[in-house]
Design a protein around this ligand. Structure first.
Ligand code: ADP
Ligand code: MG
Length: 678
């Protein structure tokens, strides 16, 4: 049996079960090995029946009698009596009609379950049981609980992993042996066995330490290697021109915040050196990152460099081009700005490409169309990447390659990445944070609603529409799904446009629409020709529709806080009050997370809270979809993280050859692609 073999080659897995494994992303033996439990129930203490008290209990006993019956239609009860030398206890199972027949009378069983009151009498409810053995799987141990789906329960996963235990035990080591020794780590094989079937709590802790260490080690090593690749590079410095900076500021229609000034100053220092800048500016939605980036760009174009400003959507690119032209007009530089997006007509495209090549267009704003082979930006001195997390490393590399020298890179993001996470993720980067917003902004009013107050909420929304404002309605999914009880954009659009909002102009926008249709709908909304836009998270990215004042988010419980925060940043972008209404799914109650977003308008605080409550996955979701997952390591485990980070540095200092480590080098390769911002 090989790691790459599909799970349906394992005993007991047919095509039906294989489909269920597919749902949870498990297709091969290797996937199964890496499908870690989400939690554990401790049933490791075997007690005599006389000793047991209400709660989780495990006994070793024989079954004297077992009987099943239907008490009414749809409710089957199996009752049995288990006895050991000390006493007897009642066992009860609901709706498991096969139970009674499966029990071997007078055999020795481990029985684990919750000992509690049932109809005034104590009983062990719905217990798991298995014959006594040296390696119990479902009872008499710390029992792993996996992510379950319909028709795939933890006990089935356990059985299968038990089956492949011999494969796990022979897994090769992936870390250098000097590291294993110096850090006193258990082997990879031991760790993976223990993460699935921990012998005791201490083994589980050791397994977590080993696997968590490995995760952070790999991530840091990838980041360090990325950084090393850059430090040897030579960039052309862009000199600071005080008069130009003053001139720019003088003509702004507003005062820069102190925070903006600080960040611009940092950038000027970076680009003045002959080493390439690699800086990420994090700033909440609406914090004014565009003007900061433009100030850096002005310095570059005045010194005859070209600047590429890449945005994730055409609409955004168009908006940026306009904004930037306005900003450059007073300096007489507006004609240096050009727009390059996929939907330009062929002759327009040819013209802009010629202008770029000739150096007439110096400030090139566009989408990934900028990376096309036909675009020749040989005077490229500075790359600006808006909404950085939307781009893959390949696109950045292509753009970079257009410069004669290594260009400076400025990345912008509105995803508030907590510092602890940023250090691990982007150790190679310099990070600036714009934490204050321009004065005079009103915080968005956020309110939770449950489905029964929908009619009342719709009234409120209608009032807003009637006074000329526009509304976003965001759904978690595009198309109705049988397995998920959540609102889909298509379904809700159908309902709202024929029901409560039939006298308004509704639009539907989601990721599966063709690009030109997407742009068309979005432009119509921008132009006020659509009143209510039913959509998905495609609108998360920085689109500016100042007249939109309301955002309704359906099934809010399914979104990360950072994500909701970014979404609601689409409204309240002018002097008008913005509202964000969070609609809970059926039978959902407001959680601590969602209450927090009702009360706080601070993206960083919310991201920290999400990190604490839901783990890094919540934030990764908004950063990058990819191989990046810290499944074991906790970012709050400062000791582990610092040990793993220095180990990665040591790996490099020792002059270790990555090629020697097959598994590690493969991991590093994929991680570098995800974490790199070069
Ligand atoms: P984001 O950081 O989300 O990209 P933008 O750069 O789009 O934000 O800025 C949002 C709005 O705030 C723009 O209309 C911009 O002109 C305005 N703005 C930027 N800086 C300031 C400031 N210091 N004072 C007032 N308004 C500002
Ligand atoms: Mg922006």
């Amino acid at each position: 049996m090989k790691l790459s073999n599909p799970v349906d080659e394992l005993k007991g897995v047919g095509s039906v079960l294989a489909k269920k494994y597919d749902v949870i992303g498990v297709n091969t033996v290797d996937d199964l090995i890496n499908f870690y439990p989400r939690r554990y129930d401790d049933y490791s203490k075997v007690e005599s029946i006389k000793q047991i008290k209400p709660g989780h209990v495990t006994i070793q006993a024989k079954i004297k009698q077992a009987r099943g019956r239907y008490v009414r239609r749809g409710l089957h009860i199996t009752e049995a009596v288990a006895s050991d030398q000390s006493a007897s206890v009642r066992l009860v199972w609901f709706n498991q009609p096969y139970r009674a027949k499966a029990i071997k009378l007078d055999a020795n069983y481990y029985i684990s379950g919750d000992f509690e009151l049932s109809r005034q009498r104590l009983a062990i409810m719905n217990p798991s049981m298995e014959l006594v053995s040296a390696f119990p799987v479902n009872t008499a141990r710390i029992v792993p609980i996996y992510r379950e789906t319909k028709g795939l329960r933890s006990f089935q996963v356990r059985k299968l992993i038990r089956q492949i235990a011999p494969i796990i035990k022979s897994l090769p080591e992936t870390l250098p042996s000097w590291l294993i020794t110096s850090q006193k780590l258990i082997s990879r094989a031991e760790a993976i066995i223990a993460i699935h079937f921990p012998g005791d709590q201490q083994m589980l802790d050791e397994a977590r330490r080993r696997l968590g260490f490995e995760e952070v080690f790999e991530l840091t090593l990838a980041a360090l290697l990325n950084k090393m690749e850059l430090t040897g590079e030579h960039a052309l410095n862009i000199k600071f021109d005080l008069n130009l900076a003053k001139d720019f500021i003088k003509h702004l229609p507003f005062q820069l915040t102190d925070n903006q000034r600080q960040v611009i100053w940092q950038i000027y220092q970076d680009i003045g050196r002959d080493q390439p800048m690699n800086r990420l500016v994090e700033g909440d939605v609406g914090s004014g990152k565009t003007v900061v980036a433009t100030m850096a760009a002005v310095m570059a174009i005045k010194q005859d460099f070209q600047v590429a400003f890449m945005a994730p959507t055409e609409l955004l690119a168009r908006q940026h081009a306009e904004t930037i032209q306005q900003l450059l007009k007073p300096l007489g530089l507006a004609d240096r700005v050009g727009l390059l997006v996929g939907s330009l007509k062929p002759n327009q495209k040819t013209k802009i490409q010629q202008d770029i090549k000739a150096g007439r267009t110096q400030f090139i704003v566009g989408t990934h169309a900028l990376t096309s082979q036909k675009v020749d930006i040989h005077r490229l001195g500075l790359i600006i990447i808006d909404e950085q997390h939307r781009f893959g490393v390949e696109q950045r590399k292509k753009l970079q390659a257009k410069a004669g020298h290594m260009p400076h890179i400025l990345s912008l993001t509105a995803t508030p990445i907590p510092r602890s996470l940023a250090l691990t993720l982007y150790g190679e980067l310099d990070i600036s944070v714009i934490s204050t917003k321009p004065a005079g902004r009103q915080p968005i009013i956020t309110k939770l609603y449950s489905p029964n107050s929908r009619p009342q909420l719709y009234q409120t929304i209608k009032q807003e529409l009637d006074s000329g404002r526009q509304v976003f309605v965001v759904c978690p999914i595009i198309t109705e799904s049988t397995s998920l009880a959540v609102e889909s954009a298509e379904h809700l659009y159908q309902q709202l446009s024929t029901g409560p909002f039939k006298s308004y102009r509704l639009g539907l926008l989601h990721g599966k629409l063709k690009n030109d249709l997407k742009d068309k709908v979005m432009s119509q909304f921008s132009a006020g020709q659509i009143d209510m836009l039913v959509t998905t998270t495609v609108i998360e990215v920085g689109v500016d529709v100042p007249n939109a004042s309301v955002m309704l988010i359906e099934n809010a419980e399914r979104f990360g806080l950072a994500q909701i925060h970014q979404l609601r940043g689409r409204v309240g972008r002018s002097h008008q009050q913005g509202y964000c209404y969070l609609m809970l799914g059926d039978s959902q109650s407001p959680s601590r997370r969602l209450k927090a977003i009702e009360q706080s308008n601070d993206g960083f605080k919310l991201a920290e809270l999400d990190l604490e409550i839901r783990g890094p996955g919540a934030i990764y979701g908004t950063i990058q979809h990819g191989v990046l997952d810290l499944r074991v390591a906790k970012l709050t485990d400062v000791k582990l993280i610092s040990a793993a980070r220095s180990a990665a540095q040591m790996f490099i200092d020792k002059g270790e050859n990555l090629v020697k480590y097959k598994h590690l080098s493969a991991r590093i390769l994929s991680l570098r692609a995800v974490t790199s911002l070069n």
